[in-house]
Design a protein around this ligand. Structure first.
Ligand code: SF4
Length: 701
């Protein structure tokens, strides 16, 4: 037993802020955590979830051994079976009959190996991730405008701005340390103005000078109006538009004249508030627009993103200190999966699946027998295909789709019908395990080793400070073992995360010549020791260039064929007709102290005491009309399913809307699983579900 405390620098496993954590293993095994004062994301801060990490490390509920049909098995038997069943499905039904559904919880090295196996050696692009539910609309919007999936700015921009617009972002609860940085910036600079745009008056609004409680999914009308306003009032950056962009005329034409009365009708906002916002946004040069799930999780999410990007491009406020659009996303590996192509419509290193030159480059780099030639199934489509019998073998890794995907009951039905399901997880508390033919025990936070990328393109190490319990193994190892058993020995002969990271870095630089944004070629010869010591850094990290914080696009240089950005002409969505039976709109989201389906955060009383049970936040007028009293039980129902939760009558939301948090599963609260109610409608460009707009009914229980 170790008689001395040892401290390891690692990264928090929750949100995309990507805070550095000092984890200290005390003599006799207990662990304490504190914020890493040297990490540039948090400078020593942690939020409630991060500071409670040590309380979540118990082995209660851990999946410790492989299982076949619920019975303990050896790794060899389990891996042989997985390889045999995937190979048989591919031989009989073709490569598109198998799929991987992975997660923003896995490390970049796990993602890299999963993507390589599926796209280069199986020959299908049927690998998607729960990140599809989180940031796919931002990715699609970035690619439409910039030709690449690039976040142009850094966290520092929020501190250097004179105006921060937070749209569809409850930063105080969902990215709390970034919110703490914003609070400190406002305290230091009282002239800093903050505008929140959200149908709900969330905790973030406490810091706001102006709150715009717009009607759900009307953001395009609001930002199109801002584009027209800056154009009509002399705030365009004509030089930037002409030198570095194309399509401005069409985008402005689609936005129409800045008729504030019309915009007020469309958004449900007052004319005074709209005018105040437009005036502030036009006059304040240093403006950052932070956007998150309220923008992305929509059937018009990509158009919302482009409406925001249009405004920043038109005013040249991009890539300069204190200026730019900023997508803040959800999970610890906010961007790492995107970087290795862990989405069904991307390749690797930000290369495009639809580009034959990119396909050939990746295939030759991997020396792979095949390469996927077309986009695979995105998350919601994937489970629809499972239900239709098109997927014969499915591997789910580090995510719990029977609780977290829209139409969650439909997902459970699909898994029941799937001939072969593999689930890799660290916990027995994930409901998806019930459907596994083979369960594989993964390595948890503190046991696994590799890298993650946060929302500002910063790559940090997650380091191991605990021994692997039972027979738990990292996901890259299980994937490599299956690949070898499928006949791909040499290509998957990895002996640790350093070698995988090195290969990923080499691929990022291969054939690049500055034509892609993602490049970490400076790491292409990293050895084990340097990988162990690797300090957080932002990409790009091009070979031969000094590492340092960088922004993109202040002087153009977009990743389109002519290096110009594209304005995208977007038009507001027409008001959606709703059945009389479902007259209200359900909005789902996070609370401060829980994470995903609570398999980790549900372990600590400190976190569960913040909000102890699921609830439906209902407007007082709706509650009165429906005879619902505060704290009574209420049923929220859609055509897909129902939950029964506690009514919380509050004026935080708009009349006609209901908010229910996303975390609870039936294990933690009977009939509290809200994704059983959420409609599986998706954005046509990004495939991201519109989890913030499901027509529902409410009934006193
Ligand atoms: Fe972890 Fe996010 Fe909290 Fe930072 S803000 S400690 S990354 S949950």
């Amino acid at each position: 037993m170790n008689a001395e405390a040892t401290t390891v620098r690692t990264t928090c496993p929750y949100c995309g802020v990507g805070c550095g954590v000092l984890a200290t293993r005390q003599p006799y095994g207990s662990v304490t955590v504190k914020g890493d004062p040297e990490h540039p994301a948090n400078f020593g801060r942690l939020c409630s979830k991060g500071s409670a990490l040590a309380e979540t490390l118990s082995l209660d509920d851990r999946l410790l051994y492989p299982e076949i049909n619920g019975t303990r098995a050896s790794w060899d038997d389990a891996l042989d079976l997985v390889a045999a069943r995937f190979s048989a499905a591919i031989a009989e039904h073709g490569p598109d009959s198998v799929a991987f559904y992975v997660s923003g919880q896995i490390l970049t090295e796990d993602y890299y190996v999963a993507n390589k196996l599926m796209k280069g050696f199986i020959g299908s692009a049927n690998i998607d991730t729960n990140s599809r539910l989180c940031m796919a609309s931002s990715v699609a919007g970035h690619r439409r405008a910039f030709g690449s999936d690039t976040v142009p700015g850094t966290y520092e921009d929020l501190e250097q701005a004179d105006l921060v617009v937070l749209t569809g972002s409850n930063l105080a609860w969902c990215h709390p340390v970034l919110f703490q940085r914003l609070e400190a910036a406002k305290a230091a600079n009282p002239a800093l103005r903050i505008v929140t745009i959200d149908p709900r008056r969330t905790a973030t609004c406490a810091l706001a000078d102006l709150h715009l409680g717009l009607a759900p999914d009307t953001d395009v009308a609001l930002f199109n109006g801002l584009l027209s306003y800056v154009s009509e009032n002399g705030y365009l950056d004509e030089a930037y538009i002409s030198r570095h962009t194309s399509g401005f005329g069409e985008a402005l034409g689609a936005a129409g004249a800045c008729d504030i009365s019309r915009i007020a009708d469309e958004t449900g906002l007052s004319r005074q508030d709209i005018a105040r916002f437009y005036d502030l946004a036009a006059r304040t040069e240093k403006m950052v627009t932070v956007y998150s799930q309220g923008v992305n999780q929509s059937v018009v999410g990509t158009d919302k993103v482009n409406a925001i990007l249009n405004v920043h491009l038109a005013t040249g406020r991009i890539g300069r200190a204190g200026m730019g659009p900023f997508s803040v996303t959800g999970q610890p590996n906010a961007m790492g999966g995107r970087e290795v192509g862990g989405l069904a419509n991307m390749l690797a290193a930000h290369m495009a699946l639809e580009n034959p030159d990119h396909r050939s480059l990746v295939q030759s780099f991997w020396q792979s027998p095949v390469i996927a030639e077309r986009a695979g199934l995105k998350a919601v489509e994937m489970f629809r295909a499972v239900r239709e019998g098109k997927i014969k073998a499915l591997w789910i890794m580090a995510t719990n789709p029977v609780d977290s995907l829209p139409d969650a009951d439909g997902v459970a039905e699909a898994l029941k019908l799937c001939p072969f399901v593999v689930v890799s997880d660290v916990t027995c508390a994930a409901d998806t395990l019930e459907f596994a033919h083979v369960a594989l025990p993964g390595a948890a936070w503190g046991e696994k080793d590799g890298t993650v990328t946060n929302s500002e393109r910063r790559i940090s190490r997650q380091r191991r400070f605990l021994d692997l319990p039972g027979e738990a193994r990292p996901d890259w190892w299980a994937l490599s073992e299956v690949a070898r058993r499928m006949g791909h020995r040499e290509a998957f002969a990895y002996d640790g995360p350093a070698g995988i990271f090195r290969e990923h870095a080499e691929l990022s630089a291969a054939g690049n010549n500055g034509t892609r944004d993602f490049d970490i070629g400076a790491m292409a010869d990293i050895d084990e020791e340097a990988f162990e010591e690797l300090a957080p850094f932002q990409w790009p990290a091009r070979s031969g260039e000094a590492l340092g914080e960088s922004r993109f696009f202040a002087r153009g240089g977009f990743y389109t064929s002519d290096r110009k950005a594209r304005f995208v002409a977007v038009t507001p969505i027409a008001p959606r007709k709703r059945e009389r039976k479902y007259p209200l709109v359900l909005n789902t989201g996070r609370i401060r102290d829980q994470w995903h389906t609570m398999t980790r955060t549900g372990k600590t009383a400190r976190l569960t005491s913040h909000i102890a049970e699921p609830f439906a936040e209902i407007h007082p007028e709706d509650a009165l009309a429906l005879g619902i009293s505060d704290a009574s039980l209420v049923e929220v129902r859609s055509p897909y399913g129902a939950v029964t939760v506690r009514a919380q009558i509050s004026g935080r939301g708009r009349k006609g809307t209901v908010f229910v948090p996303m975390h609870w599963t039936d294990q933690f609260a009977s009939r509290g699983r809200v994704d059983a109610v959420v409609a599986p409608a998706t954005d046509p460009h990004s495939g991201q579900p519109g989890s913030k707009f499901t027509p529902v009914s409410l009934k006193a229980f």
